[in-house]
Design a protein around this ligand. Sequence first.
Ligand SMILES: Cc1cc2nc3c(=O)[nH]c(=O)nc-3n(C[C@H](O)[C@H](O)[C@H](O)COP(=O)(O)O)c2cc1C
Length: 134
Amino acid sequence: MLSVIYVSVADPLIRDKDIADILIAARRNNLRDGLTGALIYNGHNFMQLLEGPAKAVDTCLDVIRADPRHNGMTEIRRRIIEVRDFAEWSMLYDPGFAGYGENLARLAANARLDAEDEKMMSNFIALGRRYPGK
Ligand SMILES: Cc1cc2nc3c(=O)[nH]c(=O)nc-3n(C[C@H](O)[C@H](O)[C@H](O)COP(=O)(O)O)c2cc1C
């Protein structure tokens, strides 16, 4: 299986309703396609982890890349995995990453991970263990 994390810049006009719509479509399609993952949004940037069969992940990323509700999609981690981080989640959503605004903006701009970013990503990935079994 493949696991990809990307960051992107949200359309400035995006509303809560848009986030809700994204999650409805993502959860429906991901269940169908055997994909799992997590999404965070801090008011400016998205960060998403998408995992599952490699072909399905890349096909889905192509669809997401073309979505006008964000732009500048930049992959920050791509790796082959044996075990999913978000096995129970078609798409976990956590709006509680507002404090990471600077990290996400910097990642979206230059896609280089420093030590702070690594910690943030660890916290992000740990979400899958913090909310088990839902
Ligand atoms: C930040 C972001 C994350 C998204 N994540 C997913 C996703 O995980 N899975 C998915 O199918 N669509 C996702 N979408 C939505 C797709 O871009 C697209 O609107 C949707 O797949 C279309 O579904 P439909 O053809 O069933 O209407 C995401 C969009 C954005 C802006």
